[in-house]
Design a protein. Structure first.
Length: 305
């Protein structure tokens, strides 16, 4: 069995009484017995109850590989990176293996390199390092010329530049209220460069403005996995919780900003974030009192102190 299966992001185990965790454990048991079809049914049931659980999705992707559904596995691993957690390193290892299997060696190499850069002591580090070593050796049997593969930094910069162009286009559509096109541009921006925080935040808001609250929270939370102190993501979550009627959680986030010092200097990005946020709050379906509180928090963060 592929040893990627059943790898988990952490060792935290939920209470056994939670149905989705119970179904996941049953799926694990069947996967260990190599009964992948039954395992897939149980993990799908777990996902019906906890649709955005990255660990469940990752393990489903691994089971799909065992069922020779590699392209579906690739799609699912990319979904985790693009929408839930761009820091989930095991996804990059899985993508490296999957792309290699379908003979897309350039993407395979890129994802193995990404994994090694992220994990210096991960479960698959030695495997990934060894694979990279052999992939970069001249091999007359290989139909891809790895000697001509561009340096990682150059390729990374090219992806970043493409992402920023898409981000700019998405921001324009967002300001005009064309949320459908804004979503398309921001999604493409994240696909090009998964670590982009600005596109994730604005995609989150575009989802919110189209009534897709669960996806909005997912994207805002994913930013905090990249940068735990990202204030804009926290402000967005405060807005989303308020919309849901979860005022305690919203108040808790806003309370954090009472201890945050305003910036002494502004940058172009600060002004852009402030204008963006205030425009979105103005259109948000929350009460005037909450709008005032959110705007004050944004002003404290992005106006000079």
């Amino acid at each position: 069995m592929d040893k990627r299966i059943l790898s988990r992001k952490n060792n935290n185990i939920l209470q056994f009484s939670q149905d989705h965790e119970l179904y996941f454990r049953v799926a694990v048991r069947y996967a260990l017995r190599r009964n992948y079809c039954v395992a897939l049914r149980y993990i799908d049931t777990a996902l019906e109850k906890d649709a955005y659980n990255a660990d469940y999705l990752f393990n489903k992707a691994c089971i799909l590989v065992e069922l020779n559904r590699t392209r579906e596995s690739i799609k699912l691993l990319n979904y985790i990176i693009w929408n839930i957690d761009p820091t989930y390193a095991d996804c990059y290892f899985g993508l490296g293996c999957n792309y290699y299997e379908i003979r897309d060696y350039e993407k395979s190499l890129h994802n193995f390199e990404k994994y090694v850069l992220m994990e210096d002591a991960g479960d698959f580090f030695e495997d990934a390092y060894e694979i990279l070593f052999y992939m970069k050796l001249p091999d007359e049997l290989c139909d891809y010329d790895f000697d001509n593969f561009e340096k990682s930094e150059k390729a990374r910069q090219r992806c970043f530049d493409s992402s920023m162009k898409l981000y700019a286009a998405g921001s324009m559509y967002l300001q005009r209220g064309n949320y459908k096109e804004a979503i398309r541009q921001f999604e493409r921006s994240i696909m090009a460069y998964p670590e982009t925080k600005s596109s994730r935040i604005r995609l989150s808001m575009a989802y919110y403005m189209t009534g897709q609250l669960a996806l909005a929270k997912l994207l805002a939370s994913s930013v905090l996995k990249i940068q735990k102190t990202n204030h804009m993501a926290k402000l967005c979550l405060a807005l989303y919780y308020s919309t849901e009627g979860l005022t305690d959680m919203s108040d808790r986030i806003l309370g954090m900003f009472a201890r945050v010092r305003g910036k002494k200097e502004r940058s172009l990005q600060d002004d852009e974030d402030r204008v963006f946020y205030e425009q979105m709050v103005e259109s948000a379906p929350v009460g005037d009192d909450m709008k005032v509180r959110l705007s004050k928090a944004a002003q404290k963060l992005y106006l000079s102190g």
